[in-house]
Design a protein around this ligand. Structure first.
Ligand SMILES: [Zn+2]
Length: 139
């Protein structure tokens, strides 16, 4: 058990290092202006704007990952690592090796994702109704 924790900690620390590198790269590419494209001012502006947004998006995803990794490292220190937050069952080592910062077992994760998908669909429906599209036009 202790050996497993050390192994997972090493994996997580390595992952953290790589994620930090990834964030740095994303931020750099986001602030760089692409050259060599002979096009109008407006197009250039729009394109670098989009690049920056892309960089920010990537940064967000990597930052989220970083937070997950930090949480997992904290859990190792507190002896709570590898326990599903939902059903409190042990998460199989096989899954932890693939997703070292997994917070849920496969079953709970699937349930949560299903729920999120439903919530999202519900919200989309609501938006469509609010802007007066959807059902009326279908009928
Ligand atoms: Zn679970």
């Amino acid at each position: 058990m202790v050996e497993k924790m050390d192994e997972m900690k090493a994996i997580l620390l390595k992952m953290k290092e790589e994620t930090l590198k990834e964030i740095n790269r994303a931020m750099k590419s986001g602030s760089e202006t692409p050259t060599g494209e002979p096009s109008g001012d407006i197009y250039d502006q729009a394109s670098s704007e989009r690049d920056r947004e892309l960089g920010l998006l990537l940064g967000d995803r990597e930052r989220e990952k970083l937070r997950n990794i930090d949480e997992a490292l904290l859990k190792i220190d507190e002896g709570e690592y590898g326990i599903c937050e939902e059903c409190e069952e042990e998460i199989p080592v096989g899954r932890l090796k693939i997703v070292p910062f997994a917070r849920y077992c496969v079953k709970c994760k699937a349930d949560i994702e299903k729920q999120q998908a439903q919530t999202k669909r519900f919200e989309e429906d609501r938006v469509y109704r609010e802007i007066g599209l959807g059902e009326e036009e279908e009928a």
